[in-house]
Design a protein. Sequence first.
Length: 249
Amino acid sequence: MSQFRRGPLVVSIVASLSLIGCGSTLDRLNEIGQTPKLSSIDDPTAKQGYKPVSLPMPTPETVAYAPNSLWRAGSRTFFKDQRARRIGDLLTVKVTINDTAQLANETKRSRTSTDTAAINGLPSTLIKKVIPKGVDPASLIDNSSTTTSDGNGSINRSETLTTNVAAMVTQVLPNGNMVIEGKQEIRVNFEVRELIVAGIVRPADIASDNTIDSSKIAEARIAYGGRGQITDLQQPRYGSQVIDVLMPF
């Protein structure tokens, strides 16, 4: 009886789950034969879930005007170096990764051991009274063992990544070096590609066009990956991952 009682419950759950995606399905059916509609131009701050951006900013500088002078104290222009140097400044990181690694290892190990012991004379006569009949004391201990191990391993890896990302200065260290961090997200259909760059840069390594190569970033942390429908299909299911961790064999 319990199986028959659970039947309507299962049907209702399946129906509820199907109704969740029913709205988007009906919208797609209504758009058959029509061009996709463009979203309207709205105030982004009025959208639900909007949060103001809060980032580290430099200490405000008071702009002082001097009469009969083209220079303004506190101004960031007029023959001034425009490279990043303060908290909140931006610079472009040229990410260039071209790593190639080929490793081949082979380990062989072999060991042979033989132990033989014989007992003769008076001890042999005494031992014959204790050991079972048919056992020769001259070959009472005869042991031999052989161990062989052969292991092979190889790695062939090639990785290439070339892109640019803007990063922000989040901290200026006492020695003048700057901590930067940048993140870039690109969405195509139902897949999001993420690029994260972080590390410590030296002001002297920043080029005149306010760019820096990723190879000149100390403590560099560069992550390039994605999330979305394609990434989900490429990943093992959670149950498989749990089994891989727990299974000892």
